[in-house]
Design a protein around this ligand. Structure first.
Ligand code: NAP
Length: 414
């Protein structure tokens, strides 16, 4: 494919996919989107660190060939007002793996969220957010080291499907009339209306991915987070479809909590993954008070969104929480915070979120040595109390540094 504004690096090779498995050359072309606001600061810093880690881990035998693609304000400037150019999507389809900085989304109008568009148009159906504590990171918990969960959030349906009608519009009035007159529904007149579709297909493929991850990594349990006591046919169904996948596809390696007590006296047998479910509201309390009860969590879109940020706050906040959006093979890794416009171009904020998303990306392409090197150097830098403003204000005796200085400190510790 030829691109109008994107330059394909001549030094790299394309990652290919066969039967769902990635084939990664030694000089893979990886995509990057700079992002708006603080995006340029954190991406520049992080790319320096990833490149240095790859160099260190493989002595020059492997190297990332970066290819910039555009979305957000930078795209609008380049493509005559188009915030989400079709060729950026085409590039992700062609080159498979990339990482992005945060993108601006106006609230209550304007264009569709670029992040949501990216996930839906590329069918990146699993939003994966690992949350664990790194020693030295300020936390409101007494035992943040007990938090170690990986959240699998469904990314394409639920109230994010975009089926929503503004109160008083002909569309809302039509839906309201149908619901009231033909379905016997009761609600206040002149309401805004949102539809929450949750499908067996969408739920099962997300939950299947969570199971595969949990089994591959030797995790102990997968918990379905749902509000099925109230929303029976959407969130309740999500949970039921989850148990169906467990029984039908992973029956020999999973047990339910009922089986745990009835057949194993409450002691989890080796080699079996425990499948649990919890109602969404109590999850927030239990995650805070008894974090060790959770390991991998599978959740519908909105629940997963709330929970990921809440759990991230327990171990250092969104400034360092990493994330990935993954489909059957395509993957876009991303900073989970927004563009923090008040800090744009000040070389001030924490690059941790996008940096650790890059660690997930290195793991995804199988470059584990480089991934571990970044993680270890990041941990050592924080243990040495060299931190950006957000941590410095919560740590005694810390040395506050700029984003770029933090990157240099991490590179020195690789
Ligand atoms: P935000 O950009 O995440 O910023 C909220 C606050 O979080 C900041 O003021 C700052 O806190 C802290 N923060 C964020 N990133 C940080 C970092 N790297 N290091 C240290 N602290 C950091 O949220 P927002 O202000 O609600 O949203 C701004 C824009 O971003 C909106 O247009 C929104 O739609 C968009 N957004 C994009 C994404 C995405 O691209 N994935 C996600 C969320 C929001 P303090 O003020 O306490 O220092």
């Amino acid at each position: 494919m030829t691109y109008s504004k994107i330059t394909v690096p001549t030094s790299g090779e394309r990652i290919t996919v066969r039967e769902g498995k990635l084939n990664v050359p030694d000089t893979p072309i990886l995509l990057w989107i700079e992002g708006d606001g603080i995006g340029p600061d954190i991406m520049t810093a992080s790319k320096r660190i990833w490149d240095a880690a790859v160099q260190k881990a493989y002595g020059g035998q492997r190297k990332i060939a970066w290819m910039e693609i555009y979305a957000g304000e930078k795209a609008a400037n380049l493509y005559g007002g188009d915030y989400f150019p079709a060729e950026s999507l085409a590039a992700i389809r062609e080159f498979t793996v990339g990482i992005k900085g945060p993108l601006t989304t106006p609230v209550g109008g304007g264009f569709r969220s670029l992040n949501v568009a990216l996930r839906q148009d590329l069918d990146l159906y699993a939003c994966i957010r690992p949350v664990k504590w790194y020693p030295g990171v300020p936390s409101p918990l007494r035992h943040p080291e007990l938090v170690d969960v990986v959240i699998y959030r469904e990314n394409t349906e639920d109230v994010y499907a975009g089926v929503e009608y503004k109160a008083g519009t002909p569309e809302a009035t039509k839906v309201e009339k149908f619901l009231r007159e033909e379905m016997g529904a009761k609600f206040w007149p002149n309401s805004g209306i949102g539809i929450k579709p949750i499908s067996a297909f969408g739920s099962k493929r997300l939950i299947r991915k969570a199971f595969q991850f949990a089994l591959e990594k030797g995790r102990k349990s997968v918990t379905f987070m749902h509000k099925g006591n109230i929303q029976k046919f959407t969130e309740g169904a999500f949970m039921q479809w989850g148990y169906e996948v467990a029984k039908q596809e992973f029956g020999d390696v999973t047990i339910t909590e009922q089986q745990l007590w009835d057949e194993f006296g409450g002691k989890q047998p080796a080699g079996k993954l425990l499948i649990k479910d919890r109602i969404a509201d109590i999850m927030f309390q239990q995650m805070l008070l008894r974090p060790t009860e959770f390991d991998v969590i599978a959740a519908p879109n909105l629940n997963g969104d709330y929970l990921s940020d809440a759990v991230a706050a327990e171990v250092g906040g969104v400034g360092i929480a990493p994330g990935a959006n993954i489909g059957d093979a395509l993957a876009v890794f991303e900073a989970t915070h927004g563009t923090a416009p008040k800090y744009a171009n000040q070389d001030k904020v924490n690059p941790g979120s996008v940096l650790l998303s890059g660690v997930m990306m290195l793991d995804y392409i199988g470059w584990r040595e480089a991934a571990r090197a970044v993680e270890a150097a990041f941990t050592r830098t924080i243990a040495d109390k060299i931190v950006t403003y957000d941590f410095a204000r919560q740590m005694e005796g810390a040395r506050e540094v700029k984003t770029s200085e933090f990157a240099s400190a991490v590179i020195e510790r690789l």
